[in-house]
Write a protein that binds this ligand. Structure first.
Ligand code: GSH
Length: 219
């Protein structure tokens, strides 16, 4: 295995984006291996050997290959426990941060996954797919907004960054991409705007990656 960490990811993959932010926050350089989800590279024989689930991200680090963005982020924070910490040390705050991350990870993202949307279009058509996205994304964002009304300070849980923030920014991007309105969710919009100012979040943005399509590229 390579000594430099390797991240298999795609500029628009929200789960990969969470890991990019964690790596940037901890100052970890890595090799970026692009997996184009729009041409189904994740379904190739070679990639399936790396992850049977045919999903990104995969992170190779410290001689091990890891899948699933949230456990990967926790591994990075536990093995590199210098500031900024990504998981709060206080158990109650840690639980709240993980809960918001889970609403996104298991309660929203699976409904917008590339293979799910492809199947929906072929089974029920483009219009119904858009209704599906509106319904499930709005339902998830509503739950996040309520959680944030209780837990947020500058960021999702108080004034320190947490794993919840790493999940929020890519999910807000997805809402814009799928034309899901966030106008009723002022906490989400406020915190997202704060997070976007931070260098690690700026660097990790979907529009600033080596595989970002030319039409989306930003500096
Ligand atoms: N829970 C997983 C989700 C991984 C996932 O669904 N990744 C998406 C991109 S964000 C993917 O690779 N999709 C491939 C497909 O739908 O075929 C994680 O957090 O890593």
């Amino acid at each position: 295995m390579a000594s430099q960490p390797v991240l298999w990811n795609f500029f628009r993959s929200s789960a990969s984006w969470r890991v990019r932010i964690a790596l940037a926050l901890k100052g970890i350089d890595y090799e970026y291996r692009a997996v184009n989800l729009y041409t189904d590279e994740q379904l190739s024989e070679d990639f399936t050997k790396l992850n049977t689930k045919q999903e990104i991200p995969i992170l190779e680090i410290d001689g091990i290959r890891l899948t699933q963005s949230l456990p990967i982020i926790e591994y990075i924070d536990e093995t590199r426990p210098h500031e900024p910490r990504i998981l709060p040390q206080d158990p109650a705050k840690r639980c709240k941060a993980r809960a918001i991350a889970e609403i996104i990870n298991s309660g929203i993202q699976p409904y917008q996954n590339t293979n799910v949307l492809k199947r929906l279009v072929s089974e029920i058509g483009e219009e119904k797919k858009n209704e599906w996205l509106q319904h499930y994304l709005t339902k998830g964002f509503r739950a996040i907004e309520v959680a944030l009304a209780e837990s947020s300070g500058t960021y999702c849980v108080g004034d320190e960054l947490t794993i919840a923030d790493l999940c929020l920014v890519p999910q807000v991007y997805s809402a814009h991409r799928f034309n899901v309105s966030l106008k009723d969710f002022p906490n989400i919009l406020r915190i997202n705007a704060e997070l976007e100012k931070l260098p690690a979040f700026h660097k990790s943005h979907a529009h600033r990656q080596i595989d970002t399509f030319a039409e989306y590229r930003e500096n």
